[in-house]
Design a protein around this ligand. Structure first.
Ligand code: SF4
Length: 725
């Protein structure tokens, strides 16, 4: 028989978890104990019969009270809740019973995917802080136990419909009220409920295509709708596989119970594409006639045990007596031998330390559930995921994601395998560290601890030691300043066997510095301006950090005036604008300029004054032939002794004193030699000096000529010269 089996066929993890637990409880049941399955644990009559044979009793909720009364002599009563959940009120009742009677034990077989919907409905339809409750729309089979249970968690009105058609029909006649309930619609045009914040969810096994249509319709009709995609990933996966396979097959065989919702959906999907039949067990398979030479596709619902799938296929093959012919496309086809092996492997017990890969089926606040396609449900507690306090698992993972983990504990009784994601990450992260060491690339992490002679950096999940000498902190510095900082490091030593690594921040800093220097030298040019920081002084100039590379400003380039020390002009740590006067890349020397033409005092003077102007000047030096006075900072002029006052004096000090400010007229500006002639006398009232001017004229001319040999801006130097003389 040429057949192909959908890769995801048979028990899903939710069903597997509930059935395994019931089987183990039945096996361990002692005389005098009762094991009650509350309604059908799963929708598969063959499985239910098997459980009954093992001693479990199937009971209806309304029988619970009478069974309890009859069970006075029972030493233990265990109640198992079915995979697709029970109504809220019934759950409450069971909880109260369990609290009141120590003989009662409840095993909650509700699939975590279903529990998640209960929580969504409970939280989102409730009235919050003085608000109003919200109505609920469930897209699913109204009479299905799962849908009934979901609706029981609603706080306001709750409706369930199977399809878009049913939803449209319902809302033609009914509308939601603002307080979360339902009433009759006045007519076709009555859309007064369009602003109501309805909550919408899907039954876990709902047809994906129908849900998408309904979701779009609800979104368009209710602007404030809150919609949750709650179709179980297992269902989605199986429906997609059935859709694809039924398009290639001539005949689709759906193995499972007609009452199982997800099995029925596989049938509905497949029959749109090719002839499709239901086979619920070996008996039905024996009666099935499969013509030779056709391609047979096989899918099985989530409540169909692997053993039944295997037997049905074997029976069909015996019927046809045709050798299996396999299509190995994408590894989806299987031979009889490898099918058995596949089933065997899927049921193979998990072992501690084993690496497993599964699909995330639900995410809670403190754990995530993983479908391992095995008898056990994988559970990863938050402590095995991260050490970060306040970490939100729903922000780290998505339902449907594939995840790799290490098995740390297996509990066959609970059907649960405890997994660790941290251990996988440790392995992956260690591999990253080894690769970074081999390739000499940098890694980034946070400094978490100061230890003896160094600090610890967390590289992803691996603690790595950084010796103090490699920390980038000076010898007498405080390593605690690194705590909490993110650092880039290079691995400088590695011991693979002991899984120990040593890292260095300094190595990264050194490399970064080299890169900065190389870039700087590639881009430097004469005249280029930089903002630098004054780093140190020498008697002859100041060193300036230009961003990783130092240059030097000679004292003569710091100021237009003669200075005694660079600190007369700039201070350590000061930001200054400099430009490149010259550089030598081979000797790594850069000469910088700081003073500029704009700051040249002569230019400032020329800009501000012209011949004939009157300026307030400050006496800065007294000489026998006259007084030097500062006109603008850095530029002095000469007041000849004859121009100081309107009568004859023997020395300027008779009238003027150092630091004194006087008004003077600018009588001449010699631009070529940068000299300024000033006169106080010219401003004095009257013209008494005219006679003496004339009589002294020849003498004055001689003295001015002598004084003009002294540059205008060097009054201080002139003073020195006078003293020397
Ligand atoms: S089909 Fe999905 S929701 Fe239903 S039991 Fe399986 S895993 Fe849970």
């Amino acid at each position: 028989m040429n057949y192909e089996l959908c890769p995801h066929s048979g028990f899903c993890f939710g069903v597997s978890r509930a059935v395994s637990a019931a089987e183990e409880l039945a096996e361990s049941k002692k005389p005098g104990e009762r094991l009650l399955l509350l309604e059908e644990l799963i929708h598969n009559h063959l499985v239910m019969e098997e459980l009954r044979r093992s001693g479990a009793e199937m009971v209806m909720p309304d029988e619970l009270d009478s069974i309890y009364r009859e069970s006075r002599d029972a030493s233990r009563i265990t109640v198992v809740i079915r995979a697709h959940g029970i109504e809220k009120a019934l759950r409450e009742k069971l909880r109260r019973l369990e609290e009141a009677d120590p003989r009662i034990r409840i095993f909650d077989g509700t699939c975590p995917e279903v529990s998640r919907i209960h929580k969504i409905v409970d939280e989102n339809t409730a009235a919050v802080s003085g608000g109003i409750q919200k109505p609920l729309i469930v897209i699913g089979s109204p009479g299905h136990p799962e849908v009934r249970a979901i609706m029981s968690y609603a706080h306001g009105a709750a409706v369930a419909v199977n399809s878009l058609g049913e939803l449209e029909e319902l809302l033609r006649h009914k509308k939601f009220t603002n307080d979360g309930f339902m009433t009759d619609r006045a007519g076709e045009g009555d859309l007064s409920d369009s602003g109501v914040a309805v909550v919408a969810v899907a039954q876990t096994t709902q047809m994906l295509t129908e849900w998408k249509k309904c979701r779009k319709f609800i979104k368009n009709l209710y602007t404030n709708a809150i919609i949750f995609d709650t179709i179980c990933r297992v269902t989605e996966l199986r429906q997609n596989e059935a859709e694809l396979l039924s398009r290639r097959a001539d005949l689709m065989v759906i193995i499972g119970d007609r009452l199982s919702s997800n099995t029925a959906k596989l049938y509905e999907i497949s029959k749109k594409n090719c002839r499709t039949v239901f086979v619920d067990g070996v008996g039905a398979a024996a009666e099935l006639h499969v013509p030779g030479g056709i391609k047979v596709g096989i899918a099985a619902g989530a409540s169909t045990p692997g053993g039944i799938i295997e037997e049905v296929i074997r029976t069909m093959e015996q019927n046809e007596n045709i050798n299996a012919s396999m299509n190995e496309e994408k590894g989806m086809a299987v031979t009889e031998e490898n099918f058995e092996q596949m089933l065997e492997e899927s049921l193979k017990p998990l072992t501690t330390g084993e690496a497993v890969t599964g699909i995330i089926t639900s995410i809670g606040a403190n754990e995530i559930h993983v479908d391992l396609m095995s008898k056990c449900t994988g559970i990863i507690p938050i402590s095995e995921i991260t050490d970060e306090s306040g970490a939100k698992l729903e922000e780290m993972f998505n339902v449907g994601d594939e995840i790799e983990a290490i098995v740390v504990k297996v509990s066959d009784l609970d059907g649960v395998a405890t997994l660790s994601r941290k251990r996988v990450e440790n392995i992956i992260n260690w591999r990253r560290i080894v690769a970074a060491y081999n390739e000499q690339t940098a890694l980034e992490g946070k400094i978490v601890e100061v230890v003896k002679s160094g600090v610890i950096i967390l590289l992803e999940s691996i603690r790595v030691f950084i010796p103090a000498s490699q920390s980038g902190i000076p010898r007498d510095g405080d390593l605690n300043t690194l705590i909490g900082t993110t650092q880039r490091v290079k691995i400088i030593d590695l011991n693979e066997q002991r899984r120990r690594a040593v890292a260095s921040i300094r190595a990264v800093l050194r490399e970064e510095r080299k890169a900065v220097e190389a870039k700087f030298w590639a881009e430097i040019e004469k005249g280029k301006r930089y903002e630098g920081i004054v780093k140190s002084f020498m008697p002859y100039g100041a060193f300036v950090d230009l961003g990783g590379v130092d240059g030097m400003v000679h004292s003569s380039e710091l100021s237009w005036k003669r200075i005694k020390h660079p600190s007369d002009v700039v201070s350590l740590g000061q930001k200054i604008d400099v430009y490149v006067k010259d550089f030598d890349p081979d000797r790594r020397r850069i000469s910088l300029g700081y003073k500029t033409e704009e700051s040249n005092p002569w230019n400032v003077f020329i800009e501000k004054y012209k011949k004939g102007d009157v300026a307030v000047v400050k006496i800065v030096n007294l000489m026998p032939f006259g007084a030097f006075a500062e006109v603008v900072p850095g530029t002095d002029g000469l007041i000849h002794i004859s121009q100081i006052t309107d009568h004859k004096i023997a020395h300027p000090g008779e009238v003027l004193s150092l630091g004194q400010e006087v008004e003077a007229k600018i009588t001449d500006i010699d631009e070529a030699n940068q000299k300024i002639s000033l006169s106080v006398r010219a401003l004095l009232e009257g013209n008494k000096s005219d006679e003496s001017d004339e009589s002294d004229e020849s003498e004055v001319t001689e003295e001015i000529e002598a004084a003009e040999e002294i540059p205008a801006e060097t009054s201080e130097a002139a003073g020195d010269t006078a003293d020397d003389q």
